[in-house]
Unconditional design. Structure first.
Length: 269
């Protein structure tokens, strides 16, 4: 698999619904972000779990910087065009032996966004391997919308346990293993899942969801952050970047924005 986002890689993305791996930073830089994140966890407690926030970029300045990372946006621009909004960010952490997993699903089934010009950049801060719960994806599945159902499973990191209703041929699934500082890119309709972490190391990833500025919300008011180009459409309320980590103004902005989307299940690995 090529490691640069060339024109051939763009074609592969459109055919498969995903591309991996693409290095966007050094392992040292990824490790520094991991140290920063774990220091925040030590001070504030867990930032992940079944009811994690999807707008951490509103309260952490380093994450606000990361969603504008030049190498990430260079790749995303080839898929979405020059005007790009960041819709959400999620910290995706699986601790050794915690049993958490993500069922097979397509994100845009639940996100209330049209059209489907939405791409997730999944950044590894630690290795993502088969043993610790790397994502699996079905090639070409973004071309067909599949029926889903909700399930009751406390270990499923999806808020409603949303699961593709029909049987999945697991033998056709591709593992998206990553090293720290690498990203994978996947279309909002690509079917994906991930297994529990059975290793002795944490799997720490960060998902950034980008969309073309012409995308509109379909389930009520929504918000986004302009990260590249110009927003000529105004479909989303404008988000304000934090000046300081977790200060009063940032927390108030986070609460204001999250209130817009309480009723919609957005979480995804």
């Amino acid at each position: 698999m090529p490691r640069d986002f060339t024109d051939d890689a763009v074609s592969r993305f459109h055919e498969d619904g995903f591309f991996t791996p693409l290095r966007v930073m050094s392992t040292d830089d990824a490790a520094a972000l991991c140290v920063k994140l774990e220091a925040i966890e030590a001070e504030r407690g867990s930032l992940t779990g079944k009811f994690r926030s999807l707008k951490h970029h509103l309260v952490m300045t380093w994450l606000d910087d990361l969603v504008r990372h030049g190498k990430i946006l260079d790749a995303v621009e080839k898929l979405l065009g020059p005007d790009i909004l960041c819709w959400s960010t999620s910290l995706l952490i699986k601790n050794p032996g915690d049993g958490t997993h993500v069922s097979w699903h397509q994100d845009l089934t639940y996100w209330g966004l049209e059209p489907g010009d939405v791409v997730t950049a999944w950044l590894a801060l630690t290795p993502a391997t088969r043993d610790n719960g790397a994502m699996r994806m079905l090639r070409g599945s973004h071309k067909t919308l599949l029926a889903h159902r909700d399930t009751d499973d406390d270990r499923n990191l999806l808020s409603r346990g949303q699961t593709i209703a029909e049987a999945i041929d697991e033998a056709k699934a591709a593992y998206l293993e990553l090293q720290p500082g690498e990203i994978s890119l996947h279309h909002g309709n690509t079917a994906h899942a991930s297994d529990p972490n059975v290793s002795d190391q944490r799997r720490i990833g960060l998902a950034i969801r980008y969309m073309a500025a012409h995308v509109r919300p379909t389930d009520g008011p929504d918000s986004a952050l302009l990260v590249l180009g110009v927003d000529r459409h105004g479909h989303f309320a404008t988000e304000q970047s934090p000046v300081a980590d977790f200060d009063a103004a940032a927390m108030a902005e986070h609460d204001r924005i999250m209130a817009l989307r309480r009723a919609v299940m957005l979480d995804s690995d």
